[in-house]
Design a protein around this ligand. Sequence first.
Ligand code: HEM
Length: 411
Amino acid sequence: MPCPALPDGFDFTDPDLLQHRVPLPEFAELRRAEPVRWIPQSGNAAGFQDEGYWAVTRHADVKYVSTHPEIFSSYLNTAIIRFNEHIRRESIDAQRFIMLNMDPPEHTRVRQIVQRGFTPRAIRGLEDRLRQRARDIAEGARAHEGPFDFVTSVACELPLQAIAELIGIPQDDRAKIFEWSNKMIAYDDPEYAITAEVGQQSAAELISYAMNMAAERKRCPAHDIVSTLVAASDEGNLNSDEFGFFVLMLAVAGNETTRNAITHGMHAFLTHPEQWELYKERRPGTAAEEIVRWATPVVSFQRTATQDTELGGKQIRKGDRVGIFYASANHDPEVFDRPDEFDVFRDPNPHLGFGGGGPHFCLGKSLAVLEINLIFNAVADTLPGLRLVEDPRRLRSAWINGVKELRVGVG
Ligand code: HEM
């Protein structure tokens, strides 16, 4: 039965919608009445892919799609359901070098190489430096005399430093990386006025920066991911496009997602003061995962069906696009008790905020969880009386649950 409560023309990837809210009531309605539903794409989605997509909203179905790459391919579908008209065909073709857009066996080969840079040892090796950075960031924020923006003063900084440490980017170049990565992701928001040219130029500059780093590390290897990848390239296992796009992806994936998780986490604490009190008192290790479930910074990704198949009682045809909505899965009452409550002690918490457990499962999960823990510990120690001054100002985006500004006050 078609879902009665969803108005005609409702599109979960409409940037005007996400600029205001994550459509949780509509997700709930679909999960109940029509968990896999065809959504004709609205508005200004790029012409060559404006035919629509299947919205997959239940936890079990999102997991199923994610773990069956042979039926639901990531190849060349650019992961994101909607591109705005500025993103051109040629830039999408180039994106086949990004691992998020690969299928096994290419994906398996690249993933095996790059995950050498994400071993538990490599992440542990960053912990002390990141803890100190988190303290410095919180101390810096305490110095504000009046209200300040939590996003720029706190949430941006640790993810940037973490990813820069991991990649091995010198301190002086870090702001540049941050700027490039912002320009590549905020193209749907007119406030940033990012044209296709600017987005593509940022990508090209970042890739060329990465190539220069690689040349340097070849001469003089260091303990960083670039050196690991350069060694793999020398063995012939990773081509130079794959290398450049991997560094680009790390810069984007490592910055934006974690920044939004931290900002939403702070907002959740300030609007659930009893949870903030509990957190400050007991520092539960479960809080970071709950923040990611609650915020779900990546609302959706997409796949393409490689064959005719059935899902949630619907006939999916070969070539159909399939949108997997992590934000909906993370509120599925079949899996979560009281899914609409923010509960820092939630355990177990099988959320899909880092992906549905398939081959593309977030490579940076342990780093992201570490960062979230470190920053909230530092904020709880240094800024225990933080208060909300204004509601968050949200990013206009088709797939990111983003916040541009969160005004808070000390004490
Ligand atoms: C993939 C979310 C932080 C690197 C993904 C995926 C999601 C995600 C949903 C796709 C999973 C799938 O398709 O099954 C997040 C969230 C983060 C976060 C919510 C923060 C709270 C990070 C960080 C890094 C990172 C810090 C790197 C330092 C990656 C990479 C992939 C990925 C490389 C692609 C993996 C592949 O295709 O095999 N992430 N991520 N992420 N993430 Fe994250």
